[in-house]
Every structure is written in structure tokens, then in C-alpha cells.
Design a protein around this ligand. Structure first.
Ligand code: F6P
Length: 564
């Protein structure tokens, strides 16, 4: 349905938005101490438990009215209709004229999901089955390298969405992985990444997965060429002709022509589709390294975990819908509390790459300055996501979160059971110490410590301001029983859909990424200028020109014959 072309962004003109502003004028003055004191049930009531996750948002600076007003805003922004449009396969990625159907990647084969009248589910399951058969052959040792050795090392080459999901999932599910195999990931065009990933490996035992949706990405193709050269050096000059390369390279892409042009037999290619966004692709064949690591059954469990959250998101009323709640709270913190960043703090070492993964998911999706209609927004869109696993962050940046001048809403993530029990000196398990820290941090952030409390401890007056904690710093805590492929899938889908909810409220296209283009385009000119034999005519600004000259000089100063 085409809508009349507006000239101003609509969001802040909505009566529901104005109602939230008025509401903020009151609740924004209230301390979390007051909110908890006013309602002894708050810590139980402002929680939702569903699909294996327990979400406590009672330490957010909201009350029941805030939630009601946010839901009214969501209705005014047609969130339920937009959710349905996504699941139906409508082309909601308007600027690229594409459907957004990562949910199809984890739907059961009994479902029917149409894109341009074509049911995509048989395609999805055909690729999954091929991935499973291939993974089984590699993991069991049936797939041999060119010299007859079994594959012991898998190197996945990709970048952005073709890397961050697989790296994160491999790290997260390492405990479930085949431990006699080595998995590495190469993404950076910095040659060090490739060199360090391969330096101690035998090419005869190594399989490369070249992952690129477009198969045109500079970094990935450059590293893929380096990988081929590395293999040829080890396996012999005729490695390409005698079929050796075919045993050591597979590709994951939507671009069969590009794959074949690179020299990988499309029989060894695992496809996916343009309706899968790069940052939403870890459940597609982009997850081949994950499946090789944890096996097809665990991979399917992970997909099932995603799917239960998809179903929850699609079918649960707004008030108890986890991603809706997370998304609306994110809007509240971003646009009313004016918090520019969100810290994601997993108290689970296996989730150490989760914040990095979320950075692309959230910031490439919602870092947009115009609405779907191309109107410049007059409100803040996507916040900056960052984080580190607990407890490491506590000894680093938590100082600022507790006592700095900025509000940093935190997402604490923890599990009831550890995968690595380790007795601690106090008789408990180290896991108890870990989770005690998670719980204590949320409490400290919310309630702080008043000057009176600090004085009562006998603190010298001169130190009282330094040792006072204002508190009133919002956080959400997410708990799950145990880190498993299933719970990981559920957690990731929670964030995926929360990002979508935020994008709907901000009326932006969460599924394009035009902002990455300009730098890529300029780099092409710069590469030519850096690699030209003689210094080229430079027509950039004076800073860029000088940097190019300076780099050429620094680089060439070590070359034989260079002026001392
Ligand atoms: O440059 C950004 C981007 O286009 C991401 O959106 C994408 O995930 C990444 O590059 C990699 O793209 P490809 O999978 O096509 O190599």
C-alpha cells in the first residue's frame, strides 16, 4: 500500500509520543529506590518468563504506566501489523526491495512461506540436509584432503555477517564442539589475520569455507586468494588442475557465478537467498562452520531455539512479548532517558563474542538517519552497543557505569548452571561467585549508596562524595537455565526481534546498510593511489593527500635504495 509522501518525520508528532514525554517529566524524577519502596512486589511483577528465558526489567526506570504508554506507541506505529508483514514475507526491506525472512531459516519443513509466490521452505531444508550430510562426512573423517589425510582444521573466511555470527556461535558452543578439530576464522584484510590463523596448520588437513553472501567483498576475496595460494604452495603447483583445491575449499554464497569464477566447483557450494540479510544469516549455510563444530543435531537444536522465540514474538500479546518489551525499553532509554549506549554484559565466558556480534546486529540495523520515506529524523535512532563478559568488565569500565556522568543501560545475561563446574575456596562453585557478581552489580547500579550511608561507615568527610553512588542506573537481567544450542538460539532471536521492534518505532529500514558503501568506494581510489609506482596526482582534501604521501614514504623507507 503506497502512502502519501510526508515531509517531516511522524514519530514525535504522535499523541502517544507526547504522552510519553509528559509521563517522563514525572517518572524521570523518580529514583529506583522510590519505585521499589512504593511497590514491594515490583521485583516479581516487572518480569516475564517465556520460552526458557526469565527477564527482569524491574530495575529499568519505568512503571506500569510507562509500559502501557510504550505499548500504545507501538500500536500507533503499527507494530503488530509490521511483525505480521515480516513473517508473511512482505518486502519490508524497502530500499532493497526485499523480503526479510531469517525466520524461515529456522521454521519446520511443514510450514509454507512464500516469497514472490514461491514456497521457500523446501529450499531451506534441502540446503540444511546437504550441510548435514557434508558435516557428517568431514566430522567422521570420510571426507579426505587431497593427500588422503582427514580434515582436522576448518578455517572460515568471511566478514561482517558472514563472520561474526559463526565466530560467536563457535565460541558460545565450544563445549558442544568436536574437540579433535581446530576451528579458526579469518575476516580482516590485514594479512596478519590470515598468517596467524594458518601458521601452525598443515594444508593437507585444512578445509577452507569461503563465506560471502555477495562473493564480491574485498576482504573475503583477498583472503580467499591468500588461502588458495597457501594451499597451492603446500599441495603443489598443479593443485588446481588435479582437483586438490576442490577437496580443500567450499563456498557459502548467494552468488553461484562469483563462486564459480573464483574457481570453486558449485557442487561444493551451499547457497542461501537474498531475503536473508547478512547480519541475520548465521542460521543459513553461513553457519556451516557452526554445524561442522557442533554437529547437525546440535545445529538443529539451535534452530529450534530460534524458532520458539520467533513463535513467541509472532503470537504473544505485546504486554508479555519478550522482544517487544526489550525493544520498547530500549526506545525508552534511548529517547527519553537520552542514553546513547547500551552495555551487554554476559556473565558467561562462552559468550565472550556476543557483544561483538550484537554490534553489527544492532548498529548496522538501526544506525539510520532517515525514515523509510527518506525524511531526516528529529530523534535519536540506534544506540551504541558494547560490552565484555563479566567479571572482566567490572575491573575495567564499570567505574564509569556506576559513577560517571552518563547513563549506560546494562543487559546482564547469566545462566543457572555452568558447563564447567569448579569448586571455589569458600565451598561453593566458582559459578556462584560469578552469578553473585552479576546480581550485585544490578543492585549496586539501581540503588547505589547514599552519602548518609557512606558517612555512617565512618568515612572521612573529604571522601564522602567520592564514595557515594547515586544509583538510579537502569539494567535488565536475563537468566536461562544453561547455555545450550537451544538457549543460545532463543537468546539471539530475542535480540534480533528487539532490534526490529526498535526499527519499527523509529520508522527506519533496519535491513539495509547503505552507510557502509561510501568508505568502500573511496578505498578503491585510495588503493590505486597507494599502489601506484610513482606518486600519483592527488585531488583529495589536504589531510587525505598528506596521509597518502606519508604512508607511501613510511612504507617505502625500508625498501632497498630508499633515501636514508
Ligand atoms: O559491508 C557490510 C556488509 O555488507 C555486511 O552487511 C555484510 O554482512 C558484510 O558486508 C559481508 O558481506 P558478504 O557476505 O557479501 O561478503
Amino acid at each position: 500500500m503506497s502512502r502519501p509522501h510526508p515531509t517531516t518525520a511522524r514519530l514525535t508528532t504522535l499523541s502517544q509520543w507526547k504522552a510519553l514525554q509528559q509521563h517522563f517529566a514525572q517518572i524521570g524524577q523518580k529514583h529506583l529506590r522510590e519505585l521499589f519502596a512504593a511497590d514491594s512486589q515490583r521485583g516479581e511483577q516487572l518480569t516475564v518468563e517465556a520460552v526458557g528465558l526469565y527477564l527482569d526489567y524491574s530495575k529499568q526506570r519505568v512503571d506500569a504506566d510507562t509500559l502501557r504508554l510504550l505499548r500504545e506507541l507501538a500500536q500507533a506505529c503499527e507494530l503488530p501489523q509490521r511483525i505480521e508483514a515480516m513473517f508473511r514475507g512482505d518486502k519490508i526491506n524497502r530500499t532493497e526491495d526485499r523480503a526479510v525472512l531469517h525466520v524461515a531459516l529456522r521454521a519446520p519443513s511443514s510450514e509454507k512461506i512464500l516469497v514472490d509466490g514461491h514456497d521457500v521452505m523446501p529450499d531451506v531444508h534441502e540446503v540444511l540436509d546437504r550441510m548435514a550430510a557434508f558435516s557428517e562426512r568431514v566430522r567422521s573423517g570420510a571426507w579426505l584432503g587431497h593427500t588422503g589425510k582427514r580434515i582436522r582444521n576448518v578455517i572460515s573466511i568471511g566478514i561482517g555477517g558472514s563472520d561474526l555470527g559463526p565466530v560467536m556461535a563457535y565460541e558460545a558452543l565450544r563445549d558442544y564442539s568436536q574437540r579433535d578439530m581446530t576451528f579458526r576464522f579469518v575476516s580482516n584484510v590485514d594479512g596478519t589475520d590470515f598468517a596467524e590463523a594458518t601458521r601452525d596448520l598443515d594444508a593437507a588437513e585444512t578445509l577452507f569455507i569461503i563465506c560471502s553472501k555477495t562473493f564480491t567483498t574485498l576482504e573475503t576475496l583477498t583472503n580467499a586468494h591468500a588461502a588458495r595460494a597457501w594451499c597451492i604452495k603446500a599441495l603443489g603447483d598443479d593443485a588446481e588442475k588435479n582437483g586438490a583445491i576442490a577437496k580443500h575449499f567450499v563456498a557459502v554464497s548467494t552468488n553461484a557465478e562469483g563462486v564459480s569464477k573464483f574457481g570453486i566447483d558449485t557442487a561444493n557450494m551451499f547457497g542461501f537467498w537474498d531475503w536473508v540479510g547478512g547480519r541475520y544469516s548465521m542460521d543459513s549455510s553461513i553457519g556451516l562452520s557452526t554445524m561442522l563444530a557442533i554437529g547437525a543435531d546440535h545445529f538443529r537444536e539451535m534452530l529450534a531455539g530460534f524458532h520458539v522465540m520467533d513463535e513467541h514474538f509472532r503470537r504473544t500479546p505485546l504486554e508479555s512479548n519478550l522482544p517487544v518489551l526489550m525493544g520498547l525499553l530500549a526506545v525508552w532509554n534511548n529517547n527519553f532517558l537520552d542514553a546513547a549506549t547500551v552495555a551487554v554484559l554476559p556473565y558467561e565466558q562462552y559468550l565472550k563474542r556476543f557483544p561483538a556480534y550484537l554490534q553489527q546486529l544492532t548498529m548496522e540495523s538501526n544506525g539510520k538517519h532517515v525514515t523509510l520515506d527518506g525524511i531526516h529524523v528529529d530523534y535519536a535512532t540506534g544506540p551504541i552497543y558494547w560490552g565484555e563478559p563479566g567479571t572482566n568488565g567490572q575491573h575495567s569500565f564499570y567505574q564509569l557505569i556506576h559513577q560517571g556522568t552518563r547513563i549506560v543501560p546494562c543487559d546482564f545475561i547469566g545462566f543457572g548452571q555452568t558447563l564447567n563446574p569448579l569448586p571455589a575456596q569458600n565451598g561453593g562453585d566458582q559459578h556462584d561467585l560469578l552469578i553473585a557478581n552479576l546480581i550485585a552489580q544490578g543492585e549496586a547500579l539501581a540503588f547505589g549508596k547514599t552519602a548518609a550511608e557512606v558517612r555512617a561507615e565512618g568515612t572521612p568527610e573529604v571522601l564522602v562524595p567520592h564514595r557515594t553512588f547515586e544509583g538510579n542506573r537502569p539494567s535488565t537481567t536475563i537468566l536461562a537455565p544453561k547455555l545450550t544450542p537451544h538457549s543460545l538460539g532463543t537468546l539471539i532471536a530475542l535480540y534480533e526481534h528487539s532490534v526490529f521492534v526498535q526499527g519499527v518505532i523509529w520508522d527506519i529500514d533496519s535491513f539495509d546498510q547503505w552507510g557502509v558503501e561510501l568508505g568502500k568506494q573511496l578505498a578503491k581510489t585510495t588503493i590505486a593511489e597507494l599502489t601506484a609506482k610513482d606518486e600519483p596526482e592527488l585531488a583529495h582534501d589536504s589531510s587525505t593527500n598528506t596521509l597518502i604521501r606519508r604512508y607511501r614514504k613510511l612504507r617505502d623507507s625500508q625498501k632497498p635504495g630508499a633515501a636514508a
